[in-house]
Design a protein around this ligand. Structure first.
Ligand code: GTP
Ligand code: MG
Length: 232
């Protein structure tokens, strides 16, 4: 079955768990601060290659309090296990639109954390939550969009876990973006048929040189073959 994995990160109290509870259980969360890491699973129907497909969506929710920061890299590792070449995943960096500090941390610390912990090719999103408190807004949508464009984040959302505004739509759009990236990666993977979508490992450095058939030199794994020749 097709699986899409995501993780929520961001300061404490921005509403990460509330967003999950809204999406997975369609209810309001009581607001108990998280300790550690938890995950939820839901099956959603999405269209893949023109066909309705059931997708298993797994979202990992992390605790934002300072004292739990050391467990975040571990959570990323667990999600990306067991392969060295994990499938693209989604990273949801949350802030509270009424709390400028949480936004500053989101675009500072949390983006850096995501870059440091995650394999290339993740779909990174910025999510401003609590838009029901519009009269207390401290971060404008325009400002976030401008910054996102500058730093290359394509997916920017605003939500309210309290009212449910945009929550389902946001998760579904992230699922679609991750699926698209997974498809692109599978299409670009060399020797897909014989290596299950993973790159064929290079031979050991001490491999003796073998005459190369012409069709291999012209093939997709040319770089690898050049390396073999150089090593001998
Ligand atoms: N008004 C409003 N309050 C919200 C919203 N989302 C969450 N809250 C409240 O914000 C507080 C924090 O929500 P949580 O979901 O626990 O926040 P968190 O980011 O998971 O916090 P940590 O687990 O400590 O990292 C709770 O009191 C929620 O009820 C929202 O969209 N609007
Ligand atoms: Mg939480």
């Amino acid at each position: 079955m097709t699986v899409v994995k995501m993780i929520t990160i961001g300061e404490s109290e921005v509403g990460k768990t509330s967003l999950l509870v809204r999406f997975f259980e369609n209810r309001t969360y009581l607001g108990i601060t998280s300790i550690g890491v938890d995950f939820k699973i839901k099956h959603v129907e999405r269209i893949i290659n023109g066909a309705d497909t059931l997708v298993k969506v797994q979202v990992w929710d992390t605790a934002g309090q300072e004292k739990f920061r050391s467990i975040i890299p571990r959570a990323f590792r667990d999600i990306q296990k067991p392969t060295e070449n994990p499938a693209p995943m989604g990273i949801i960096i949350c802030y509270d639109v009424t709390d400028r500090r949480s936004y500053n941390e989101a675009v500072g610390h949390w983006i850096e954390q995501a870059d440091a912990c995650c394999a290339l090719n993740a779909v990174t999103c910025l999510v401003g939550n609590k838009i029901d408190l519009d009269d207390q807004r401290a971060v404008s949508q325009k400002e976030v969009q401008a910054l996102a464009q500058e730093i290359g984040i394509q997916h920017v959302f605003e939500t309210s876990a309290k009212t449910g505004a945009n929550v389902e739509d946001m998760f579904n759009q992230i699922v679609d973006a991750v699926l698209k990236r997974q498809e692109e990666e599978a299409a670009n993977a060399p020797d897909e048929e014989s290596f299950g979508g993973r790159a064929k490992p290079l031979p050991p450095i001490s491999s003796p040189a073998k005459p190369l058939p012409w069709w291999r030199i012209c093939g997709r794994r040319r770089t690898e073959l050049i390396q073999v020749v150089e090593c001998t």
